[in-house]
Design a protein around this ligand. Structure first.
Ligand code: SAM
Length: 225
């Protein structure tokens, strides 16, 4: 019987990791990391010494097969991404799917929950979200307009991740497609030094970032109420 632990790590502030996550990271045979250098910093901050191996979006099938073989041998593995919860707009889904198929009842996939930018942003937004649609990262070109139309017509809250390269373009599009009475929230750099939550109409939020170019940096979650 092997265990594959899916462990959430901090999204900025290194304090945001659970006791159970630290205990599990200490106990496993190997940690699969999106980037071993990023996870190495977290592990050394907590004085944890454990073998690491990279597993990321571009990992080959042969790497995945090697990992599944280790599980077959009964090894206990942990999967982490650079930040937040693995498999949420991060690598992990295919490994979990294939490992479950290959090992069936001989594998336990165990979540060690913790930080996620998605949930953190919703929790501070002040936007009622009894139901929401999460879009991950929006497509760069094809299908973008369709999604903005869908968001503008949706009765649910919409949430998506955005990069500093596209945030202004995206806020321009929201200002074009959304009714002016819709609420937009941009959660930037959550848990970090320049954390900021900006609420307003589509136009207000767009103008805020246009007028404060130094804030068009870092990591963003966008919420449309
Ligand atoms: N799996 C991660 C999670 O559970 O939060 C998300 C990984 S995804 C590759 C990275 C994106 O999440 C960033 O581009 C940004 O949109 C969002 N994000 C991650 N950390 C963030 C933070 N501290 N503040 C705001 N957004 C963040």
């Amino acid at each position: 019987m092997a265990n594959l632990y899916i462990i959430a790590t901090p999204i900025g502030n290194l304090g945001d990791i659970t006791l159970r996550a630290l205990e599990t990271l200490k106990s496993v045979d190997l940690v699969l990391c999106e980037d071993t250098r990023v996870t190495g910093k977290l592990l050394s901050h907590y004085g944890i010494s454990v073998p690491k191996m990279s597993y990321h979006a571009n990992s080959k099938i042969s790497k995945q097969d090697k990992i599944i073989d280790m599980l077959r041998e009964g090894k206990n593995l942990a999967l982490v991404s650079d930040a937040g919860t693995p498999a949420i707009s991060d690598p992990g889904v295919m490994l979990i799917k294939e490992a479950k198929e290959a090992l069936g009842e001989d594998l336990e996939v165990i979540p060690i929950p913790g930080a996620s930018a998605l949930v953190s942003a919703i929790s501070v937004s002040g936007v009622p979200s009894p139901q929401f649609t999460f879009y991950g990262f929006l497509p760069h070109k094809k299908g973008r307009e369709t999604i903005f139309k869908e968001i503008s017509e949706s009765k649910r809250t919409s949430v998506f991740y955005e990069s500093p390269h596209r945030i202004l373009k995206t806020l321009e599009s929201l200002n074009t497609f959304l009714d002016s009475n819709k609420e937009v929230v941009v959660a930037r750099e959550l848990t970090k030094m320049f954390e900021e939550i900006v609420n307003g109409s589509p136009e207000e939020v767009l103008n805020y970032f246009k007028e404060n170019e130094e804030k068009v940096r870092g990591e963003f979650v966008v919420i449309v109420g």
